[in-house]
Design a binder for this molecule. Structure first.
Ligand code: FPP
Length: 255
């Protein structure tokens, strides 16, 4: 574990034990816990919705920078399964923003070769949003330049439960021998089955928690915690995060 001085820009915790190396490479798969929209708005005397709007703008910039840097997959935690506990008005604002984001961005994402993928139990959303999401996924399914995975009504534990249940159902139906349930089988039953292994997980706003995000997938990911509030995170911040990752040494438990 590496914990830099309190004054440094980013505090880093390595899950592997040093050695080996990210070898100056670009992470194939970056995931972000986009935190701090509310504090960003509060600091400006604005409603929380304004923070979320600026957060959606940050997501747009960061996606572009990730594509330019050669990141294959960017996964964004846009709505957690715990976010239903927020006031109805804020949930409504977030849903409105999601509709707007799809309406404004879908065509340009498609033109730029971005495949959209949804992880999480998104079918719990309102029917019009489910339809919009499924149409976006279908329209962009053949794109290969990069993948944008949006986590919606996502929780790592519930993803693991759904995966375990799916495997159990196949075992009960005689399609899968219980002894065939290994790490690879569980991995391939997760929402992220077709994504590259997670290399770098970033959380903004100075909080040091995973908050139920990509629990299985982060086993050997590099973790980066930055103080920047999400609406202020941009292409330069992503490039700095990638540079930090490139300087890390990864051993995946080896020597
Ligand atoms: C956390 O900030 C952020 C969220 C719960 C929502 C994230 C959503 C967006 C960035 C906008 C939508 C994005 C897309 C891709 C459509 P917070 O409200 O918990 O902030 P706080 O901790 O400062 O209160």
């Amino acid at each position: 574990m590496i914990f830099r001085t309190a004054r440094s820009e980013a505090r880093t915790v390595e899950t592997g034990a040093g050695g080996g190396g990210a070898g100056g490479s670009v992470p194939r798969h970056v995931a972000i816990i986009m935190d701090g929209n509310g504090r960003w708005a509060k600091a400006r005397g604005l409603p929380r919705a304004a923070g979320h709007r600026q957060g959606a703008e940050a997501a747009r910039k960061v996606l572009r920078a990730a594509g330019e840097a050669g990141v294959e997959c960017l996964t964004l935690y846009a709505f957690s399964s715990e976010n239903w506990r927020r006031p109805a008005e804020e949930i409504g604002d977030l849903m409105g923003l999601l509709r707007l984001y799809i309406a404004n961005e879908l065509d340009s994402l498609h033109k730029e070769g971005v495949r959209i993928k949804i992880i999480g139990d998104y079918k719990a959303f309102q029917p019009d949003i489910v339809k919009l999401l499924e149409a976006s996924v279908a329209k962009t399914a053949g794109n290969t330049r990069m993948t944008l995975a949006v986590a919606l009504n996502y929780g790592g534990r519930s993803e693991l439960v759904r995966a375990a249940r799916g495997l159990a159902e196949r075992a009960a139906a005689g399609e899968l021998a219980p002894e065939a349930i290994d790490e690879a089988a569980l991995d391939s039953a997760l929402d992220t089955a077709d994504l590259p292994p997670l290399d770098l997980l970033i959380r903004t706003s100075g909080e040091y928690r995973l908050s139920n995000f990509l629990l299985w997938q982060s086993a050997y990911a590099e973790l980066l915690f930055v103080d920047t509030l999400w609406p202020d995170f941009d292409g330069d911040a992503l490039r700095a995060a990638i540079a930090d990752y490139s300087g890390r040494e990864r051993r995946f438990g080896g020597r």
